[in-house]
Design a protein around this ligand. Structure first.
Ligand code: SF4
Ligand code: SF4
Length: 381
């Protein structure tokens, strides 16, 4: 990851120290301070809730408590759309004051209007949701004109001296040629890329365009082959994660490396799958049956190759095998030849349907906290 030196040193020192200590530790706090969004992307698994839940917000104090509890050196703020949260500038400032590296993920629709509320800092990065070139992105978010808005926002943020990266999610049917062309364009603009296949969210409106593992691996091989094993472009992802995407590493996920604090609490087990919620990070770490989750263990995990599950594994592998990581950085990702043996899926336990019980429980909490809102909550449900 090419970060400015100061956060890079802090994150590197933290990671090595935790690795030496052993045990499970988080790298990045994933924060969803609200689930409301001003887009409704068909591949999104985060926004399918009644209004009463979409109106919930994590307070400034809850956001600060979350990082103090887990101690991660970095926080990625997503949602929903974080720029809809009234206290977002204060939250970002609060994290920077704690010397945490902040990645603020946005679809950029409000960035021009809100940019004066933020100041450049070596500890702050805008992460703009951009799923490919104009046709790819506008299709992915189901709204024409969003690509131009995002590009304008990138130019404005860069002109103001901010660090900017794009967050690109790949869905089935994407063209390797077009994605490589998009990466060229980002490279020309001096913008780094965070890349990941989409997770097959069970609540997403469009269930037909998620990549399975076999197609993911071949797709990334085809893309990287067009860019000198990926060396032509600047990714924020680690070399070993890119190598994993291309099928050259067989990894199990590390779901606790990027724990999610959302309006429901800490989500068990990970950012992608919500099987339960607890009110403290300690409960999440000690009370989650981690062995019940992961590829080959649980049906909902079968096609997952998402960065928030596997970057942590790649980071551990990089510490254990630095030469392997440097070799990929130097030579690029291998895009031909045999793939690593994948995990056997034949013994995974079946998926459980838990969504409606979470929604009901949360609505009940909202009703109790604000009885006057019960009519509104009932309508929203
Ligand atoms: S993917 Fe992001 S921008 Fe799209 S609806 Fe979901 S939260 Fe909003
Ligand atoms: S494979 Fe791991 S990271 Fe992916 S959904 Fe399952 S538990 Fe979460």
């Amino acid at each position: 990851m090419s970060l400015p030196l100061s956060p890079l040193v802090r994150i590197g020192a933290y990671t090595v120290k935790q690795h030496i200590k052993g045990g499970r530790y988080p790298l990045v706090l994933m924060l969803e301070p609200l689930l409301r969004c001003n887009l409704a992307c068909p591949g999104c698994g985060k926004i399918d809730y009644p209004d009463a839940i979409l109106n919930q917000r994590l307070s400034f104090d809850q956001c600060m408590e979350a990082i103090d509890e887990c101690g991660a050196p970095a926080v990625s703020i997503a949602g929903g759309e974080p720029l809809l949260h009234r206290d977002m500038p204060k939250i970002v400032q609060g994290y920077i004051a704690k010397k945490k590296f902040v990645i603020l993920c946005t679809n950029a629709l409000l960035l021009k209007k809100k940019i004066d509320d933020y100041a450049p800092s070596p500890f702050f990065t805008w992460s703009i949701h951009l799923d490919g070139d104009k046709g790819m992105h506008d299709h992915a978010v189901d709204q024409d004109g969003t690509y131009e808005v995002a590009i304008e926002a990138i130019e404005l943020a860069k002109a103001r001296g901010f660090r900017v990266q794009v967050n690109c999610t790949v869905f089935d049917g994407a063209s390797p040629d077009r994605l490589a062309g998009f990466f060229d364009e980002m490279q020309k603009r001096g913008v780094e890329i965070t890349i990941s296949p989409g997770y097959a969210y069970e609540r997403a409106a469009d269930q037909d365009h998620f990549l399975n593992r076999t197609r993911t691996k071949q797709f990334f091989r085809d893309v990287f082959a067009k860019g000198d094993g990926g060396k032509k472009w600047t990714f924020t992802n680690s070399p070993l994660f890119l190598d994993f995407l291309a099928g050259n590493q067989s990894y199990e996920c590390t779901p606790w490396s990027m724990p999610l604090r959302t309006v429901f609490g800490w989500q068990k087990p990970c950012y992608l799958v919500g099987e339960g919620y607890v009110q403290s990070f300690k409960e999440l770490m000690e009370g989650t049956e981690w062995d019940d989750y992961g590829v080959g263990k649980y049906e909902k995990c079968a096609d997952c190759m998402v960065h928030c599950g596997f970057e942590g594994t790649a980071a551990t592998d990089s510490i254990r095998h630095p030469l392997k990581m440097f070799a990929i950085g130097r030579k690029g990702v291998r895009t031909s030849g045999p793939m690593a043996q994948d995990i056997d899926l034949s013994n995974q336990r079946p998926a459980q349907d838990v969504h409606s019980s979470h929604v009901e429980r949360e609505l009940e909490i909202i009703r109790k906290a604000n009885p006057k809102a019960s009519k509104h909550v009932a309508n929203a449900a």
